[in-house]
Ligand binder design. Sequence first.
Ligand SMILES: [Zn+2]
Length: 493
Amino acid sequence: MKKIQLIIFMLAVFHVSVSSQQQPESFCGTTGVDPWLTEYFTNRDDFRTESFDPIYVPLTIHLTGTDQGKGHFSIETLYESLCTLNSDFEDSNIQFYIQEPINYINRTVYHNHEHFSAGIQMMQLNNVPGTANCYFVANPAGNCGYYASQGNAIALSQGCSGPNSHTWAHELGHFFSLPHTFVGWEGIRWEHGKTALDYEGQVRRVIERVERDNCTFASDGFCDTPADYLSYRWNCTGNYESNEVMYDQVVTPFRSDGSLFMSYASDGCMSRFSYEQTEAMRANLNSKRNDLVRTSFPDPNIDDKVISFGYPSDSVSIPFDNALAFWPEVPEASHYIIEVSRLPNFGFIVARERIERNEYQFEGLKPGIRYYWRVKAVNANSFCGEFSPTMVFVAAQPTATNDLFTDNEWSVLKTALYSGEPLEMRFDLPESLDAEWMVVDAMGRPLARGDWSFPRGTTWLDTPTSPSWMPGLYFIRVVYNGEQSVRRFTIIR
Ligand SMILES: [Zn+2]
């Protein structure tokens, strides 16, 4: 009995220490009002434009890790979070894209920085001009994130940057001049039962009244963001309002609006910038930050479900020490993200990589094990694509086979074909040869076969493919005297 109690106690301690490491002390480290915004409010008419054209903004993504090169933000989560970010800014007609390359910084003092000074130094040394610089770190000075004007960049905690988080939108809101909806209250905790009168003198801005008769100069200066005094992370009601009821200086009760990204409401409450906030961000981009404004996305859009098949699949056995995956090329893609797992739900990832080519050499497979993999296509501005269907194969002990042809002796000129297009091949043989050939699909089912007589030297050969062959992966095999060679091709559509 004592032993069991001890184990439970140890587990509890372990759990607490883990969660305290992951849970930042505060949501955001940014306080105060950007001097640009004060100028904007004073001369608002000068900033006004008729245009609501889309603004495209290049982002430089910096991913920090430890000195040993460990702990970088997951590349797949990054793309999912970018999808959320562009959705968050859709109504503002501001859209973001990745300015390559993604910058990996392996320095523990930045990766886990307890003080803003280290973060600011990181930014000053690594910022890429003409882009909005975003740093994903393990610990941004105890916060989920912050914008540092001295560093002219934002830092985001990995743990607060999941696909369902809006920390990125919040910090970019600061980057484009927005203060918190409760600005002035940072670090001051509203206590139940008090009124705004109890906090006058403590709050660093004029306290906004519910009536909003002072909204042009009180708190954040926006009149379409209601009064908000809550400077701690809070959960909302079904109406996206705070559970806490506060009282302003004239003792009018109200609840905070949790739908605004610039509040401290939980991620599930947040969904918007106000109209005036959007106007200010767009004005900031068109003036102070006009070096970030682009008029279009750099890359064409990729369809969400573009990769429908790949190889190996259907539980085929492939040699564990020389296992290659491939899938149809997506011409619009700059990169592919591949995930490999031993579980069909990808609960535990064996490998996750961003690669440029439509093939992947599996590493470290164990013979006799079943592996699951999937892949998606991305580019500078297509983040929201879905993974291919999950494919499965068995890593097997290789069987000894002698290769009949070297790569030079037999080459397939075009490996991605449209239905019915012939397969063009070139043979360059040191001696003549009578061999058998066969086309099989990814499951190994034979579809066509025949015999070839090759003369010595170079031969060009077109093998017809059938319009009845469905899009997918195929192999052509040539066999002679117990030796064989295999080449692969895909039918795209
Ligand atoms: Zn903030």
